[in-house]
Design a protein around this ligand. Structure first.
Ligand SMILES: N[C@@H](CCC(=O)N[C@@H](CS)C(=O)NCC(=O)O)C(=O)O
Length: 202
């Protein structure tokens, strides 16, 4: 069944694309021009009434197409269909994986996205406050790598994808010399073929 991924050069779109790549799922990427408002057209809003990217559509021969409008749902769908097992089995390791994944989603990605929105509203003070909180949380993730090579243990998981795209978004604002573990991890993750392809999807 054909999968189409609509996106742009944004963290949420890249996360979805990397997960599909790492899962070995074939898909076609359609880049939307956000500046031209291609994500606000009636045709696109028929897929996602919020007019946001990414959106994944899986065409079904029988029945309704599957339409996903959340990057994290797309990541989990990719993981569920992957032989590469991008998430741990139930148990303590899985609990730790969720803890770290939600750390990035709620404490790094969410404030960074809100900072971007405030910048568009010309609220520079609010934007800087939230961007600072996001970076503060990202920097504290150095400790996740003290005992293990990946963000949530010995294997590459969706938590690494969430963390990588977050770090990429603010790579120029980080003092990498103070973050040896994150720096080495960032280079390793960025060199993975699936990550390279996903980052370039749009
Ligand atoms: N919760 C959604 C958020 C999607 C989202 O905020 N997308 C942003 C790009 S990262 C967007 O489409 N922005 C365009 C706009 O606000 O007009 C997800 O994780 O996929």
């Amino acid at each position: 069944m054909a999968i189409r991924l609509y996106g742009a050069q944004t963290g949420n779109s890249r996360r979805a694309a990397i997960a599909l790549e790492e899962a070995g799922i074939s898909y076609s990427a359609t880049r939307l021009d956000l500046k031209a408002g291609e994500h606000k057209t009636a045709a696109f809003r028929a897929l996602n009434p919020r007019g946001l990217v990414p959106v994944m559509v899986e065409e079904c021969d029988a029945g309704a197409d599957l339409i996903l409008t959340q990057s994290n749902a797309i990541m989990f769908y990719a993981a569920s269909r992957s032989r590469e097992r991008l998430a741990p089995d139930p148990g303590q390791q899985e609990a730790l994986f969720f803890d770290r994944l939600f750390y990035f989603i709620t404490e790094v990605i969410a404030p960074n996205g809100s900072a971007f929105t405030l910048t568009r509203q010309h609220d520079e003070r609010g934007a800087q406050f939230l961007a600072g909180r996001s970076i503060e949380a990202l920097v504290l993730a150095e400790r996740f790598l003290i005992d293990t090579p990946y963000i949530a243990g010995d294997r590459f998981t969706l938590a690494d994808i969430a963390a990588y795209t977050s770090a990429f978004a603010v790579r120029q604002n980080l003092d990498w010399s103070d973050l040896p573990l994150l720096r080495a991890w960032y280079a390793r993750i960025g060199a993975r073929p699936g990550v390279v392809r996903g980052m370039a999807a749009f």
